[in-house]
Design a protein around this ligand. Sequence first.
Ligand SMILES: [Zn+2]
Length: 108
Amino acid sequence: MFKTCVKCGIEKEYDDFHNETASEDGKKNVCKQCVSDNNATNYYWEKTNPESYREHMFSRKAYVEQAHPGVKYETIKKWMYKRGMRIGQCSRTFIDEQIQKRKAENAK
Ligand SMILES: [Zn+2]
């Protein structure tokens, strides 16, 4: 069985994906390699430039709280990780789109 990683776009074997019970096929959408790259990048950023990292985290969190009351920033982070996005890639547009999508789904 093969699955395509949403981040690197490479088709890999199921064993190359971490398990995720919440997903449809029981696997993450992002391959193990991308997950570890992702963690390393965030870790590196936090270590080398803690001020910019914290500032980014803070401004995104403040934006979510202000523009979308009732939505937790932690939830947004989970959506990002599912797509293999890095913290720095989380734009306001992405946040707005995702929240709108969830609202539309809930309204069904
Ligand atoms: Zn990948």
